[in-house]
Design a protein around this ligand. Structure first.
Ligand code: FAD
Length: 397
């Protein structure tokens, strides 16, 4: 195949699409543009915060994509996408011409939607919603906190990356505190009234941590209005209540990655509209958007979704270039949540394209049952690292 595909962003979605393009059509020229030489997953990052996984084990390099799969990897940031001229303009390299472009930049934080904090404050108030260093900052702050202190976790508004993530985080921080600082507390201040796998989480929180965890929903005054970084305070309930945290993990509101904005791939929602059958951008030709940045119907913003979208788009592009019919295969999401290293549950679903949108296949997937015992939870906790190993191998070879 005499064509070149450029992929912007080498995270969960971008690494997968690059790898599978080469696997499906070894002669295709595939160029992946990603600034970091090591990609740190957010997934399993909460295990690190809980003190039972090393951060180093969450790093993945690009040598396998290069050497085993023949992907050209350029470590640079795409500064601009010249969609009319079909070129990616990296910061420090020559422009890259392409026949098809896949954009997979993940998320950006929308600091404008909250008062009193911005990007410059993330050393004091870490979000730990991008992999690597932000997780280390949060972990070190929790370790340095006195016994009896309060860790505040502020989950964002929908939609955001990893819907169960903040609630798993509250549990696993409590897991660490229970054995190291047993008088400490975790306080969740949430703009929302409900969240993913809520009753399973609440059951696990209560069983394992009792009143160590408190969660305040938006309708009961939980929604953060404003932060004071210097006083370490979160103001909620229209500013009427001030909560002081010894550690504050404010997870900002989110939108599609900055380059998608710059290239006019987003709509008013802040995310990228795509044809949900092919992930082709609805705004520009010969461009596909996958992963967290895309609007993907019922699929949650997860690594598992990003990986499945990468495979689907790799097959779609190869089909288009060879004239073979584009595949119509279902996609899947599975997400493990841990409440402790021995207590986990899952949500799973199979998706299909139906009536113009990605929807769940009726009767597929579901949640772990509520009335199961510790043995059942433990078995799911054993499966979780297996999921991690296999999905990262599938992405990074
Ligand atoms: P990313 O993986 O963020 O990749 C985007 C890449 O694009 C980055 O490497 C970035 O450097 C690069 N990039 C951005 N801009 C540019 C540019 N201009 N030029 C070049 N490159 C650029 N998902 C699960 O399935 N299961 C889980 O258990 C799970 N747990 C999670 C726990 C937490 C705490 C969090 C925060 C997330 C979790 N997720 C989980 C979600 C998962 O991390 C994301 O959904 C997934 O990483 C999305 O993949 P992506 O490729 O869209 O974005």
């Amino acid at each position: 195949l005499d064509a070149r595909i450029a992929v912007v962003g080498g995270g969960s979605a971008g690494a997968t699409v690059a790898r599978y393009l080469k696997q499906n059509a070894p002669n295709l020229r595939v160029t992946l543009i990603e600034p970091n030489e090591t990609y740190y997953t957010c997934y399993a990052g909460n295990w690190y915060l809980g003190g039972f996984r090393d951060l180093e084990t969450l790093g993945h390099g690009y040598d396998n994509l290069r050497e085993r799969h023949g992907v050209e990897v350029i470590h640079d940031r795409a500064e601009e996408l010249d969609l009319a001229g079909k070129r990616v303009l990296p910061r420090n390299h020559d422009p890259i011409r392409y026949d098809r472009l896949v954009v997979a930049p993940g998320i950006d934080f929308d600091w404008e939607r909250i008062e009193g904090i911005d990007q410059d404050d993330t050393e004091q108030i870490p979000h730990a919603w991008e992999g690597g260093r932000p997780f280390r900052i949060l972990r070190e702050q929790i370790k340095a906190m006195d016994d009896g202190g309060t860790v505040i976790v502020c989950p964002p508004e929908d939609p955001f990356r990893c819907p169960p993530g903040p609630y798993e985080r509250m549990a696993l921080i409590a897991h660490y505190l229970k054995s190291h600082k047993p008088r400490a507390k975790v306080l969740g201040l949430d703009p929302k009234d409900s969240f993913s796998k809520q009753s399973l989480f609440k059951q696990g929180w209560e069983e394992l941590y009792g009143d160590m965890i408190e969660w305040v929903p938006g309708s009961e005054g939980g929604a953060p209005e404003r932060l004071s970084v210097s006083d370490r305070k979160v103001f909620t309930d229209g500013g009427a209540q001030a909560h002081r945290g010894d550690v504050i993990n404010f997870i900002p509101p989110q939108r599609a990655g900055a380059i998608a904005w710059k290239a006019d791939l987003v709509d008013d929602s802040g995310w990228c509209p795509v044809d949900q059958e092919t992930f082709r951008s609805q705004k520009h030709d010969d461009v596909y958007v996958i992963g967290d940045a895309a609007i993907a119907g019922a699929m949650p913003k997860s690594a598992h979704s990003a990986n499945n979208q990468g495979k689907l788009v790799a097959a779609t592009i190869v089909g288009e270039l060879t004239g073979e019919p584009t595949p119509d295969f279902p996609t899947v999401n599975t997400c493990y949540s841990l409440v402790s290293p021995e207590w986990a549950f899952t949500i799973a679903a199979v998706f299909e394209h139906r009536d113009g949108e990605i929807r769940e296949v009726e009767g597929s997937g579901g949640l772990s049952p509520e009335d199961e015992d510790q043995d059942f939870r433990q078995i799911e906790a054993i499966y979780a690292p297996g999921w991690y190993e296999s999905i990262t191998k599938d992405m990074f070879g």
